[in-house]
Design a protein around this ligand. Structure first.
Ligand code: HEC
Length: 152
């Protein structure tokens, strides 16, 4: 074997060894990252160091808090399904009518006629700019009448 060929083989071996070592290091890194990523108790990271913003005053002073101290991995907000009576098209009501205010506003109303509910839904769309498809409006009225309709 010529000397240059020997050097070539030697260099190839070295390159292969470096690649293998690199792969092992990357595998260890990936393992460590995924371990720390899925560690239980990491789902909701709001440590005591995290300042809580409870007033608009706090919100104004938030500028002075270093960003790192309020960094969280993930925030899972709880979902509370509002308690609304069952009725036809309840889900259409839920999709359209609780974005701006609580459904209590509806529950607290007296029993209204269908015309009055149509008027209210129309007001939410025209006056307050609610995004409600035209085709959904009669469905919402039907639901409202079923839970808070006038019983005469
Ligand atoms: C774009 C925001 C918005 C959406 C969407 C919305 N509303 Fe309202 N709603 C308001 C505002 C603003 C008021 C007035 C609140 C107040 O007077 O304090 C209101 C008040 C009400 C009231 C109280 C009575 C009244 O006439 O003011 C009822 C009932 C009501 N909404 C029902 C609904 C229903 C049903 C829907 C779904 C079609 C809906 N809202 C969607 C903004 C909205």
């Amino acid at each position: 074997m010529a000397e240059s060929e020997q050097t070539d083989t030697h260099q190839q071996h070295r390159a292969q060894r470096t690649t293998v070592i690199l792969i092992i290091v990357l595998a260890i890194l990936a393992g460590a990252i995924s371990w720390y990523g899925i560690r239980p108790g990491n789902e909701m990271v709001v440590t005591s160091k995290t300042p809580s913003i409870t007033s608009s005053e706090d919100a104004e002073t938030i500028d002075h808090i270093p960003l790192a101290s309020i960094a969280v991995d993930e925030i899972v907000l709880p979902h509370f399904e509002p308690i609304m009576p069952l009725g036809p098209h309840r889900e259409v009501f839920m999709t359209n009518c609780i974005t701006c205010h609580s459904p209590r506003l509806v529950i607290d109303q007296p029993h209204f006629s269908q015309e009055k509910w149509e008027e209210i839904v129309n007001k939410m769309v025209v006056t307050f700019g609610g995004h409600v498809y035209k085709k959904d409006q009669p469905k919402i009225v039907e639901y409202l009448v079923s839970i808070r309709g006038k019983t005469e």
